[in-house]
Design a protein around this ligand. Structure first.
Ligand SMILES: [Zn+2]
Length: 162
């Protein structure tokens, strides 16, 4: 058997060696996550790697196709409120949990919050998010109280479109 033949045989016996994800982590926080056991494949700068991933994260980190590790983000499913408007409905008060685990500045998860559905996203910590949730409940109660002065029944459609 020639050298060339031996190399070809070796490749045929181990076809996954070149494409298998390699373990990859950067920060102490990432190491801690790895010890909890949730790992996910990711593509960074074209390389297939494995990174720690949060239990609430639903991002496909391979599809995310990050150029740099700092661009990798975890994100939960989003919630929003469908509010009646002149043109039908508007999605407002959209929120989801987000985290940039390899950021050079802040790697902690936060509540991403788009109040008016404009794409302007505030980053809220737990205390601020809970304080707003309390205000939101109080606002809903005031909204309900206001309906007491309205006549019974659907005198107007939910949206006029006019
Ligand atoms: Zn993730």
């Amino acid at each position: 058997m020639t050298d060339l033949g031996m190399r070809a045989d070796k490749r045929a016996n181990h076809p996954a060696d070149d494409s298998a994800p390699i373990p990859f982590s950067l920060t102490p926080a990432a190491e801690a996550l790895a010890q909890q056991g949730r790992m996910a494949p990711a593509r960074i700068a074209g390389n297939l790697v494995v990174i720690p991933c949060e239990p609430w994260c639903t991002v496909d980190h391979v599809e995310q196709d990050a150029r740099f590790a700092e661009d990798i983000y975890h994100a939960s499913p989003r919630i929003s409120l469908s509010a009646p408007s002149m043109t039908g409905t508007t999605e407002i008060v959209e929120a989801w949990v987000s985290q940039y685990p390899f950021s050079r500045s802040d790697t902690a998860p936060y509540l991403a919050f788009d109040a008016a559905g404009t794409g302007e996203v505030a980053e809220l910590g737990r205390d601020v998010a809970l304080a707003f949730a309390d205000q939101f409940e109080a606002h809903a109660r005031r909204l309900r109280d206001m309906t007491a002065s309205l006549p019974d029944g659907p005198a107007r459609p939910a949206s006029t479109g006019q």
